[in-house]
Design a protein around this ligand. Structure first.
Ligand code: ADP
Length: 160
C-alpha cells in the first residue's frame, strides 16, 4: 500500500477584499485538499485598495479556528514558483461566469506549460455568490456603504 499523498492547494488572488464567495470556495475545497494556502499576490497590474498586511490579518482571523488546514501568505513573482516553494501541486480558482472561464483557461494552460506537475482545479461558485465581486464591494466600502453581508462573518475591515 502506498503512502497517502498530502494534498496542498494554493488559492491565489488579490482578495481586495476577501468575500463570502472566496470563503465558500476555501471551505468547499477542504473536502478535496488537506490544506489550502491562500496566496495574496503582489499584482503588478492592479493597485490594491486595502494594504497587504491588513488583508493577511483579516483573512487570518476568518480561518483562525482551522489553522492546520488554512494558511494565509503573500507572495511575489509567479504563482507556479510560489507553488513550488510551498510544495503545492494544485492551484485552486473559483469560476462565476463564462468570462471568468476564458480568462482562467489562458492562465491555467500557461501555468501548466511552465510547471507540468501542477493542476489547476476550478470550483464553480454557489449560485448565490455568482454576483459577489471584490471590485463592486470595494466601491461600496469606498462610498461609505455597508458591505458586511458580502464579507465573511469574522472579516473585520477597519478603514483608517
Ligand atoms: P484575481 O485578482 O486573481 O482575479 P480575486 O481576489 O478577484 O483575484 O479572486 C481570486 C479567485 O476567486 C479567482 O479565481 C476568482 O475567480 C475567484 N472568485 C472571486 N469572487 C468569487 C465568487 N463570488 N465566487 C467564487 N469564486 C470567486
Amino acid at each position: 500500500m502506498s503512502a497517502r499523498i498530502y494534498k496542498i492547494a494554493i488559492f491565489p488572488g488579490s482578495f481586495d477584499p476577501f468575500t463570502i464567495g472566496h470563503e465558500s470556495i476555501v471551505i468547499r475545497a477542504l473536502n478535496i485538499f488537506d490544506k489550502v494556502i491562500i496566496g495574496i499576490g503582489h499584482n503588478t497590474t492592479k493597485t490594491a485598495y486595502f494594504p497587504l498586511e491588513r488583508r493577511i490579518e483579516w483573512i487570518g482571523k476568518v480561518f483562525d479556528h482551522m489553522k492546520d488546514q488554512v494558511e494565509v501568505k503573500s507572495f511575489r513573482g509567479l504563482t507556479v514558483d510560489f507553488c513550488k516553494s510551498e510544495n503545492a501541486r494544485y492551484i485552486l480558482r473559483g469560476l462565476r461566469t463564462a468570462s471568468d472561464f476564458e480568462y482562467e483557461r489562458a492562465i491555467a494552460q500557461t501555468n501548466k506549460a511552465m510547471y507540468p506537475e501542477v493542476e489547476t482545479v476550478f470550483m464553480l461558485t454557489l449560485p448565490q455568490h455568482t454576483y459577489v465581486n471584490s471590485s463592486v464591494i470595494r466601491e461600496i466600502i469606498r462610498q461609505g456603504g455597508d458591505a458586511s453581508r458580502f464579507l465573511p462573518k469574522d472579516y473585520k475591515i477597519q478603514v483608517e
